[in-house]
Design a protein around this ligand. Structure first.
Ligand SMILES: CSC[C@H]1O[C@H](OP(=O)(O)O)[C@H](O)[C@@H]1O
Ligand SMILES: Nc1ncnc2[nH]cnc12
Length: 308
């Protein structure tokens, strides 16, 4: 194949139960404005059937340099899913079945602080979850689990993002609390002011759900939040619009992509964090009493309980 010919992208479908859980490719979930990744050589587009259905889009499986990467567009290409409609469980279960153990997320957020200006990066280190109409757990149906979640962001991935932003000399806020609202409408001013009183830094509609589910299944997860607007608390910007968000995102999407490429290189080859341990202590149900169907679902996630 000469350099000018485009390698054909294979299309395939994984049936339930196939896959290769464990460490492996890095997963990247792109949010509003980031529907593909520059620098990723795509070798395959794969649809994975999980017990929770299929992901927002086919997974783009390939390499960045020599590093294996799986990219997923959170809202699907063309931005087809509302934050409440995204099948977060399928998205994450599919990534895990493809051998992903680390997930880097990129998201557009509104700023709740004067010092976080549109265009700034925020490395989120905590969440407040205000969502109310989306599945929040892989547990249930006869398997009760309570996952430790006190530190929701993976320290390895946080440092990888932080190192990349520092290296690139970008305006970055190291740490910040992300309010995850249901949407899809943006907040009212009273809500926005309340979140500021709570000490939150940024607001979005997706990452709280993703982070919690990732932790349930032992995936490392961190967010690069790109401030696209001042949320409506701001006296000069009392109306957030999609046009404003997308304009700022488009101005910064190259930057976000560059940060991702740099951060990928900084992820330690051996996990030093404790994210993978979270599921080990979660289950309270007597494994012998877990129904077979539920057991199969847990098994898809690599979490099949041992009978005591
Ligand atoms: C397009 S404005 C609101 C939309 O943007 C954010 O999406 P994502 O987190 O996927 O970047 C926000 O959460 C809303 O879904
Ligand atoms: N102000 C805002 N509120 C919620 N989600 C957002 N995504 C980007 N800006 C946002």
């Amino acid at each position: 194949m000469n350099g000018k010919e485009k390698r054909p992208v294979q299309k395939s479908r994984t049936k339930r139960g196939e896959g290769n859980p464990g460490s492996g490719p890095v997963g990247i979930i792109g949010g509003s404005g980031l529907y593909q990744m520059e620098g990723l050589t795509i070798e395959e587009e794969r649809v994975v059937e999980t017990p929770w259905g299929v992901s927002s889009d086919p997974y783009l499986i390939g390499k960045v340099g020599t590093l294996p990467v799986v990219f997923l567009s959170r809202h699907g290409k063309g931005h087809r899913y509302l934050p409440s409609e995204i099948n977060y469980r399928a998205n994450l279960a599919g990534l895990k079945s493809l051998g992903v153990s680390r997930v880097l997320s990129v998201s557009a957020v509104g700023s709740l602080k004067e010092e976080i200006a549109p265009g700034d990066m925020v490395l989120v280190d905590d969440f407040i979850d205000l969502t109310r109409q989306r599945p929040m757990s892989f547990y249930g149906n006869g398997a009760v689990g309570h996952t430790p979640y006190g530190r929701p962001v993976c320290s390895d991935l946080f440092e990888a993002f932080s190192g990349a932003c520092e290296h690139l000399g970008l305006p970055t806020h190291r740490g910040g609390t992300y309010i995850c609202m249901e949407g899809p409408a943006f907040s009212t001013r009273a809500e926005s002011r309340l979140y500021r009183q709570w000490g939150a830094d940024v607001i979005g509609m997706t990452n709280g759900t993703e982070a919690r589910l990732a932790r349930e299944i032992g995936l490392c997860y961190a967010t690069l939040a790109l401030a696209t607007d001042y949320d409506c608390w701001h006296p000069d910007h009392d109306m957030v619009t999609v046009a404003d968000v997308i304009r700022i995102m488009n101005q910064n999407v190259r930057r976000a992509n560059t940060i991702l490429l740099d951060a990928l290189e900084r992820i330690p080859s051996v996990r030093k964090c404790h994210c993978a341990d979270a599921p080990k202590s979660a289950l309270i149900t007597d494994p012998a009493r877990i129904p077979q169907k539920t057991r199969e679902k847990l098994s898809f996630l690599g979490l099949e309980p041992n009978p005591s």
